[in-house]
Ligand binder design. Structure first.
Ligand code: M6R
Length: 366
């Protein structure tokens, strides 16, 4: 059932080219530059006219929601708030009928996410879902939604759920941008083409898994890790850190790279590996300055960056080159080496990768 892989997590990491392709199938039309999301047909007008989109989720699904915030703002010019479902439900949220609540959940059973969804519904908001498990409680409780079609995810650490959630959010943001007239035609056509090429590019990254494995050997006993990213890759930094924490039990933190100077820079010394995700063109110069700041304090740089980004590759001690893509699609690629890195480190440390201590696949307690 693990398809020849030693763990479900590794199998699911390697399934991503197929999972993302399944997620895109029948929804992307490269010839006429359009996106079809059947599950949203009845609600698309209301969504396009919304005052605000609230996105809620937990863990990895919350990270996908954060990527969604950048996507919906950029492509659809829609105000977005992203909330931890577990906090949202205990607040006194101001929600109206002109708001749309979008909950994201792989399992569709997470208790806090379900409660956030119900709170929004009580206030009259339109409730949408991005779920993986067909017929799950959240999928049934929402007014409309889009399935990720990733196939069953068994490993406790979410991998293909994340990349397919982000794929759905990209499609939703393009569709909404077209509907709201906020995305220019050529750009939409380019994004649709690029999105269609993502499964092949993920495959190319997976082909280099041996080099990530070798790198993991050198960092297996590091007591701490820092992950830094900007814009679309800030949530990827959080996701990389979460993955390492949950399966290898190494303390790791993700930060927006610019926040480093407001505190975490004090942690950096020769014992601190810093994973820098430098894969968005318009923040490249800033990321280079961040790398130099880390190096000046003897921190060890692992860079996840474009294969053409010589400047970053030369500065880094190790790098995982990824194929070029549009900035807003880069989380679909940059997240992959981070999944592999945490997987190999956890295996080297003898951890139970698929069943990490204290964790369950779906968290149905509040
Ligand atoms: O099933 P859900 O997407 O609602 O689960 C949310 C979180 O519990 C989940 O993403 C958790 O953080 C994962 N173990 C992360 O790898």
């Amino acid at each position: 059932e693990k398809g020849g892989y030693p763990h479900f997590m590794l199998k699911e990491i390697f399934e991503q080219p197929r999972a993302v392709a399944d997620c895109l199938r029948g929804r992307l039309n490269v010839e006429n530059h359009s996106v079809q999301l059947g599950g949203l047909t009845d609600v698309i007008d209301r969504l396009a006219a919304a005052d605000r989109l609230i996105i809620a989720g937990c863990g990895t699904s919350w990270h996908a929601g954060l990527v969604g915030e950048y996507l919906f703002e950029h492509l659809a010019r829609l105000p977005v708030e992203v909330e931890y479902a577990s906090e949202f439900r205990y607040r006194e949220p101001l929600i109206s009928e002109d708001d749309v609540m979008l909950v994201i959940s792989q399992s569709g059973e997470t208790a806090d996410t379900l409660a956030a969804l119900r709170t929004a519904k009580e206030h009259g908001a339109l409730a949408l879902g991005v779920c993986n498990v067909v017929g799950s409680t959240i999928a049934r409780d929402t007014d409309a939604g889009v399935y990720t079609h990733a196939g069953p995810e068994i490993g406790v650490a979410s991998t293909k759920a994340f990349t397919t959630q982000v794929s759905v959010l990209v499609m939703m943001a393009i569709l909404l941008g077209q509907k709201r007239g906020t995305i220019d035609k050529e750009y939409a056509a380019r994004l649709i083409r690029e999105l269609n090429d993502i499964p092949g590019k993920i495959e190319k990254i997976l082909d280099q898994s041996d080099s990530v494995k070798r790198m993991a050997e050198l960092f297996t006993y590091a007591p701490n890790f820092l992950y830094l990213g900007r814009t679309y890759n800030f949530p990827v930094a959080l996701e990389g850190a979460l993955k390492l924490k949950e399966i290898s039990y190494i303390h790791a933190e993700g930060y927006p790279a610019a926040e480093m100077k407001h505190g975490p820079i004090a942690l950096i010394d020769a014992m601190m590996p810093v994973v820098v995700i430098a894969a968005t063109d318009h923040t490249n110069d800033k990321m280079i300055s961040n790398i130099e700041e880390v190096k000046a304090r003897k921190g060890r740089i692992i860079a996840i960056t474009g294969a053409e980004n010589k400047e970053v590759i030369d500065l880094a001690e190790f790098s995982c080159p990824i194929p070029e893509t549009e900035d807003c699609l880069s989380p679909l690629l940059t997240s992959i080496p981070l999944q592999l890195l945490s997987y190999y480190i956890a295996v080297n440390r003898g951890c139970d990768v698929d069943q990490p201590r204290n964790l369950a696949k779906s968290v149905t307690v509040e």
